[in-house]
Design a protein around this ligand. Structure first.
Ligand code: GLC
Length: 433
């Protein structure tokens, strides 16, 4: 908000340039070298960014993402169009057996929301056929989540690997991951810590467990049922639950617009189940929605930023909403740059280590949008203003220290640039909260 017009225009130009530089021909990489493939929710955010500069290119980003959809509906979290020595674990470790090769887990399904945004932005003649073509693919993907990641119909969505949550090393996963047996992990060499300082990345113990889970999935031929029933890790995630609930509402709007009556009633049932199930994630001690290990029933005890996505999900849950907002206000008083990925007053907070504290612009965008929609204008402005300030002061980094604003992880990051273009740039302030 305080950014002057000339500086804002410079940042707009830089952001466009980053999207162009990270374009590999129809799909973007999150950032050169560190993440040399197409990532799922990164592409959805990238499409939102492209929507500001080139609508056709925005749709193409989504089309290429769905090229990798599995026959069972799953849309993988990484698509390997070629083998790149800069990244581990690559296609040879996953052995997906698909074309193109991919990882065996998914990621938060932001895409339906982006498709709705792009469709409504028009123009109708070009947007409608693109959205209609994606509709059955989105429906199949959402159905996969409801069936394979909520096999008991609890109304909450589980992740079978921390990477599926998009929040790799969040303290949310410490307890369930501590039980993962790593004795059978085959020798491997990490590539991420060659490029980025180890203090900003997950630890070796984390990585051994990540690989143990991949080996389980690979050894059962990526059988979703087996993974859900007997996999070493299965934990309900407020982030995924809320992103999917929101995406279901957006898919429902599309089903209405396209006269898809059968799909409409199926989606309505998913929404009703999620609205009824979300309370299972409420932790009264933490006063937040917290992850739950579905094997042991144990719940994480700290406030992750994804708790605040309940508003974005459209949940109207009175007391919980009030407590959640009070937590956000408290956290925003402690941190200059909201919203830290984990509670800064919790002993596990780590200001630079990935999802254990740093602020991520894309999560801010979703939180900010939910706050604005529910009428929390002041908080919404705070989150958006902090996002803009981080980018202005530090650059288009992967994530940021919430205390100092220092940029961390990879630079020239696609989703940070996209979030700037689609939401944080001051040019939006006149039209949106
Ligand atoms: C990291 C993040 C994940 C993201 C990916 C590519 O693994 O945790 O959310 O999709 O990088 O940017």
């Amino acid at each position: 908000m305080m950014i002057d017009t000339r500086r804002a225009a410079e940042l707009d130009t830089q952001a466009r340039q980053i999207l162009q530089d990270n374009d590999r021909g129809g799909f973007t990489v999150p950032t050169a070298r560190l993440y040399p493939y197409q990532w799922n929710w990164d592409s959805a955010f990238a499409a939102r960014g492209f929507g500001e500069i080139d609508k056709d290119r925005a749709w193409t980003e989504l089309d290429t993402l769905f090229e990798a959809q599995w026959p069972d509906g799953m849309v993988p979290h990484i698509i390997f169009r070629r083998d790149d020595p800069d990244y581990f674990p690559g296609p040879r470790i996953w052995q997906s057996g698909t074309t193109p090769p991919s990882s065996g887990y998914s990621q938060p399904p932001v895409a339906a929301t982006v498709v709705r945004d792009l469709y409504e932005a028009g123009p109708k003649e070009t947007a409608e056929p693109r959205a209609r073509a994606l509709f059955p693919k989105l429906l199949a993907w959402h159905r996969w989540f409801h069936e394979q990641r909520d096999p008991d119909g609890l109304g909450v969505i589980a992740v079978a690997h921390p990477w599926e949550s998009g929040r790799d090393n969040s303290p949310d996963w410490d307890e369930p991951m501590s039980k993962v047996d790593t004795s059978g992990v085959e020798p491997y060499e990490r590539r991420d810590t060659v490029q980025i300082h180890a203090e900003m990345r997950p630890t070796k113990v984390d990585y051994d467990r990540y690989i143990a889970l991949i080996q389980f999935g690979r050894d059962c031929g990526w059988d979703s049922r087996e993974i859900a029933r007997n996999g070493p890790f299965f934990a309900a995630d407020p982030g995924l639950t809320f992103v999917l609930l929101r995406a279901d509402r957006d898919l429902l709007a599309l089903a209405g617009a396209f006269g898809e009556a059968g799909a409409k009633s199926e989606i309505e049932a998913w929404i009703a189940r999620a609205e009824g199930g979300a309370g299972y994630l409420w932790n009264p001690q933490a006063r937040a929605y917290c992850a739950r290990d579905l094997r042991s029933g144990e719940q994480s005890d700290g406030v992750s930023s994804v708790s605040f996505l309940s508003l974005y999900a459209g949940l109207k849950d009175g007391d919980h909403e009030r407590s959640n907002i009070e937590s956000l206000e408290r956290i925003s008083r402690v941190c200059r740059y909201s919203v830290p990925s984990f509670d800064p007053e919790h002993p596990k907070f780590d200001s630079l280590r990935y999802w254990r504290g740093p602020t991520w612009c894309v999560v801010n965008e979703l939180i900010g949008r939910g706050l604005a929609e529910r009428g929390y204008s002041e908080l919404a402005r705070r989150v958006r203003g902090d996002t803009g300030a981080l980018i202005e002061n530090a650059g288009f980094f992967e994530y940021f220290c919430p205390i100092t604003g220092r940029g961390a992880g990879g630079g020239d990051f696609t989703w940070t640039a996209a979030t700037w273009l689609a939401w944080a740039s001051p040019k939006h302030f006149a039209t949106k909260d």
